[in-house]
Ligand binder design. Structure first.
Ligand SMILES: Cc1cc2nc3c(=O)[nH]c(=O)nc-3n(C[C@H](O)[C@H](O)[C@H](O)COP(=O)(O)OP(=O)(O)OC[C@H]3O[C@@H](n4cnc5c(N)ncnc54)[C@H](O)[C@@H]3O)c2cc1C
Length: 484
């Protein structure tokens, strides 16, 4: 019998657990450890954050799904990994601190034969004083945050209805943030909703980002085919903003958020201030802070995890200049190099380097996006690793499957409005996510599969995907046929 433990019931971990269960006979155990008892389809938090969906539309209770699927669930937070076991326990195990019950805080040791770390990001609001829902800005990273963001947003709408002008500041709250695509999508939705509420003339909408140019999205920007022409994502994004009267501030590191004001540094080293009535600023991400110990109890966290807290896998982490970065630096199997029975997928794995060119401001502050690990590749990694582990457990002679971001494409559909008829979406596809200049020349991506457009079709796809992915997360009949 094999014990497979999955840390995290998010997009990567939940997908991995479902596929493991599908592949493995009952005598093998699949255990999910996650702090919340619900799955959150995070991409739709954008719609919760403007009040057009509620939290219950974007979450799936885990217990009924796991009971039906015969997956064990520990509601808790993994805090330690003991990959060599310890003096008191011969085999490898994780330590979880229980959450969400009377046993909150109690430690539980969970042995494993295979471990998948899919614990996602820590939302590091503390990196910027005043950032986040406990400070002065909103977030849409969790469904709880998004609900609070919606309340604050709708209060602004009411003030505009009573004749007051409001400044809406949307973007990222630190120079090293990732997830610019999510902030971009949110600003389009805010702008759309302001028009729907007939108060657009009362609002100044400003996008603030650490990208040197909008349209970078943490993937170094892209060139896309549109109506027979090749355009840069900068032109594409700027046109969308210009048409909608959205202003933008680029190359910005938010240094402090106060009531109604942010202070930020730009790439030229200058410091500026921007007032706001409503701010939604995404935080930077780090790993969730899991520690690792060897058999003697010596802390080996720095061997297993990168300094940013994400887990090292089969990537090339050699420090080298930007010009020498290669697509082949990126991991393919998501397997820890020292402990081959440990994997890290989704946001939890440590990227070898950024995708966008790293930039320092004139005064030495880092202001450039960290690499995104978006939903589609995260779920694919979860499936691929689950299938590889199942092959090992079942002794199947199958060459290991791969899911390198330099070999995977991604589709980004940035909606503007959730309504079936009035909503539109800016849709972009790219292949591969990590540009490969050896295979695809000047642009680094295959232009046959890298394109963008705005219209209703992308919007309908996005809306349809919401329902399909919620269906899949509930493991309803034939769920596995829905692609990631
Ligand atoms: C607002 C927003 C909108 C987005 N929109 C899109 C989009 O339109 N398209 C797209 O492709 N991507 C989108 N993304 C990105 C996408 O949500 C992420 O790529 C995806 O959620 C990553 O999956 P994950 O499983 O790695 O992490 P998560 O989905 O964050 O899951 C991590 C899981 O681990 C759990 N966990 C945390 N700590 C621990 C611990 N110590 N032990 C065990 N478990 C733990 C968490 O509770 C959670 O269940 C968006 C992101 C945001 C924030």
């Amino acid at each position: 019998m094999a014990n497979i433990v999955v840390l995290g019931a998010g997009i990567a971990g939940h997908t991995a657990a479902l596929f493991l269960r599908r592949r493995l006979p009952k005598e093998h155990q699949v255990i999910v450890v996650s702090p919340k008892d619900v799955y959150n389809w995070i991409p739709s938090n954008i719609w919760v954050g403007v009040g057009v969906m509620s939290a219950k539309d974007v979450v799936v209770p885990l217990q009924p799904v796991y009971q039906r699927m015969n997956i064990a669930f520990v509601q808790g937070r993994a805090v330690e990994i003991h990959p060599q076991g310890s003096a008191s326990r011969a085999s490898p195990y994780v330590v979880a601190e229980q959450t969400g019950s009377q046993r909150t805080g109690q430690r539980q040791e969970i042995p494993y034969d295979y471990l998948i770390n899919a614990s996602g990001p820590k939302l590091n609001f503390a990196a910027t004083p005043g950032l986040g829902p406990d400070g002065f800005s909103q977030s849409v990273c969790t469904f709880e945050h998004a609900e609070r963001a919606a309340t604050a947003f709708l209060q602004c709408v009411e003030r505009m209805r009573s004749g007051q002008s409001q400044t809406m500041l949307i973007g990222v709250g630190h120079g090293t943030c990732t997830c610019e695509g999510a902030a971009f999508e949110y600003v389009l939705n805010v702008e759309f909703e302001l028009r729907r509420h007939n108060v657009r003339d009362k609002a100044r909408v400003i996008y603030i980002t650490n990208e040197a140019e909008i349209g970078d999205f943490g993937v170094g920007g892209l060139h896309l085919k549109r109506g027979g022409y090749v355009v840069s994502s900068r032109i594409f994004a700027e046109s969308l903003f210009a048409e909608r009267g959205v202003e933008w501030i680029t190359g910005a590191h938010v240094k402090q958020v106060e009531a109604a004001r942010v202070t930020y540094e730009t790439l030229d080293g200058q410091t500026h201030e921007q007032g706001f009535d409503y701010a939604m600023l995404l935080p930077p991400f780090t790993g969730v802070g899991i520690k690792a110990f060897d058999r003697q109890g010596v802390d080996i966290t720095s061997e297993m995890f990168a300094p940013n807290g994400f887990m090292k896998v089969d990537a090339d982490y050699t420090k080298k200049p930007y010009a020498q970065w290669k697509a082949s630096d990126w991991p393919r199997f998501y397997q820890n190099p020292q402990y081959q029975n440990i994997y890290a997928v989704g946001i939890a794995f440590a990227p070898p380097h950024p995708i966008s060119e790293p930039r320092l401001s004139a005064s030495g502050t880092q202001i450039s996006p960290a690499p995104p690990r978006t939903g589609m590749p995260s779920a694919i990694m979860g499936r691929v690793v689950a299938n590889n582990i199942a092959d090992l457990v079942l002794n199947r002679q199958h060459p290991p499957r791969t899911a390198s971001l330099a070999e995977l494409g991604a589709a980004c559909v940035a909606s503007a409005g959730a309504n079936w008829f009035s909503g539109t979406a800016a849709s972009m596809t790219m292949y591969p996510v990590v540009p490969d200049f050896e295979r695809f020349g000047d642009y680094g991506r295959d232009l046959k599969f890298t394109f963008g457009d705005i219209g209703s079709a992308g919007h309908w796809i996005k809306k349809l995907l919401h329902y399909m992915f919620i269906y899949k997360a509930k493991a309803r009949p034939l769920w596995w046929m829905i692609p990631e």
